[in-house]
Design a binder for this molecule. Structure first.
Ligand SMILES: [Zn+2]
Length: 491
């Protein structure tokens, strides 16, 4: 079993094989610099074939609008009282998000009071609130002390017919009225359509162009139903980039699993702001998760992400929110899932122990986490067992590590073994090397398991003998090592 990745430095007791020296923090391996791309052409290594930077892309200068306290409030399990909202807002601020978006103060009296209280915290992040494109809602919002308003209205034919029932002329006129009002109060204003990918392109571009002309700060594209693919996102954002001069905010739901990829493509196409929530919580199965976006962006531009965001806070922020909404962090979560930095296959373990960037594109130390080399399985290799024995303070020769590993693998073939079992085997093996009286490698095997193990061991020793014979024969025949053909052992 893999223990959780818990941010504590590797040591002999928690099963974390420390693959890299000092507390899981290796130096800068080439594998941990951002991948080279047209967005990040690595200008330090100039060559005549250097790609030209992509000037449309904002992959290296994006901003985060963190919407756990707005979109996240729409998550099925979410109920945030003021105390919870303040704790989450402070944690997000320490993480370094650019904006924190709050539920509309027009939603309820308590929502309005919460909004005012969070504005008074004096956070570094700008505070936004998300309101319908109604003058009345905007009037309530500007009085709460927020830095800006995110206004939204449905523009797709589905929403125009079945939700608010307004036509495009009405939508445009209301938008212009609300934007002029919010600007007159000295607040930032974003205008967004809802369900943008099922809206008519001509309608969208014409309304965005109109609001851009009167000085809106951002326009927003929202994949409200999670239907868009990365390529559709790229096309729409790129087209919009050619029409408006203001910033472009994007909001992606994850119904079809594209929320992170869509956010990334939006930035490539010239979007400037990405909406996220912690663990992706939101309406239905949510939106682009903050942690997943960080993983993606760290690989795209490590320097930018590290200079701006306090990644070591990620696990804490996620656990805080997970507690409030009573969910577990998924096992396969980006960065913080319990096996996100677990290496199991023997060949992976060996390479990881030599140089972690062989099988890791993200350095767990960037997030204050440690990797874990899984050694309690039949897939283990002797490098992993050696590393574990080192942690347990048991020294052996390489031949002994290999022999011990063969026994671990043989036992793992007989039954599923745990970390503790593996430690016990290593200890017993080491004990038997130095003591007259042998102890069993693993206590508590059933009669059936013992029988299977004895058979497995016999198989092992006959293989070993065969190998030794071969080696002796090689030496005697003086066959160059690279020319000899090994006997294939039938097991
Ligand atoms: Zn949403």
């Amino acid at each position: 079993m893999c223990p959780p990745v818990d941010g504590t430095p590797a040591n002999g007791s928690n099963g974390h094989a420390n693959a890299n020296g000092e507390n899981g923090a290796p130096g800068n391996h080439p594998g941990y610099s951002a991948i080279q791309s047209s967005h990040n052409p690595h200008p330090h290594h100039k060559s005549p074939y250097q790609p030209v930077g992509d000037f449309l892309s904002n992959v290296s200068r994006f901003k985060i609008i963190e919407s756990t306290l707005r979109e996240g409030e729409q998550f099925a399990n979410a109920y945030f009282d003021l105390d919870a909202k303040i704790k989450i807002a402070k944690a997000l601020d320490e993480f370094g998000v650019d904006y924190i978006e709050l539920t509309s103060p027009a939603a309820s009296e308590q929502s309005r009071r919460d909004c005012e209280a969070i504005c008074k915290l004096g956070l570094k992040a700008k505070i936004l609130t998300h309101v319908r494109c109604h003058l009345e809602d905007a009037k309530i919002a500007v009085e709460t002390g927020v830095d800006g308003l995110d206004v939204v209205i449905g523009t797709s034919s589905y929403l125009r017919e079945h939700s608010h029932g307004k036509d495009m002329t009405y939508i445009k006129n209301t938008a212009l009225e609300v934007i002029e009002f919010v600007k007159s109060k000295g607040k930032e204003i974003r205008f967004s359509s809802e369900d943008s990918f099922r809206s008519d392109l001509v309608d969208l571009l014409s309304i965005y162009s109109a609001v851009d002309k009167i000085g809106v700060n951002r326009v927003g594209i929202a994949d409200t139903v999670g239907c868009a693919s990365p390529r559709q996102v790229y096309d729409l954002v790129r087209t919009l980039r050619g029409v408006v001069s203001c910033d472009i905010e994007t909001h992606f739901h994850n119904d079809t699993g594209c929320a992170i990829a869509n956010a990334y493509c939006a930035l490539e196409a010239g979007a400037t702001h990405i909406d996220t929530s912690v663990l992706g919580i939101g309406e239905r199965n949510g939106i682009t998760p903050l942690g997943g976006l960080m993983a993606r962006m760290l690989v795209a531009d490590r320097d930018y992400v590290l200079s701006k965001y306090n990644l070591k806070k990620l696990k804490e922020v996620e656990e805080l929110v997970a507690d409030y909404v009573e969910v577990n962090v998924p096992f396969n979560n980006y960065i913080t899932g319990f096996c996100a930095f677990t290496h199991k296959a023997g060949i992976h373990a060996k390479a990881i122990l030599n140089n972690p960037s062989t099988y890791e594109i993200i350095n767990p130390a960037d997030f204050g986490l440690t990797r874990y080399v899984h050694f309690a399985s039949r897939l283990t290799g002797w490098n992993a067992i050696k590393s574990r024995a080192d942690q347990l303070g048991l020294n052996m020769t390489d031949a002994q590590y290999k022999d011990c590993t063969a026994k671990v693998k043989a036992l793992a073939d007989v039954r599923k073994i745990t970390l503790d079992d593996t430690d016990a085997i290593i200890r017993a093996y080491h004990h038997n090397l130095h003591n007259e009286k042998e102890v069993p490698l693993l206590e508590g095997l059933t009669a059936e398991e013992k029988k299977k193990y004895i058979a497995a061991e016999q198989e092992l020793s006959s293989e070993k003998e065969k190998r030794q014979l071969e080696e002796t024969a090689d030496v005697q025949a003086e066959v160059p090592a690279n020319k000899k053909t090994k006997t294939v052992t039938v097991s």
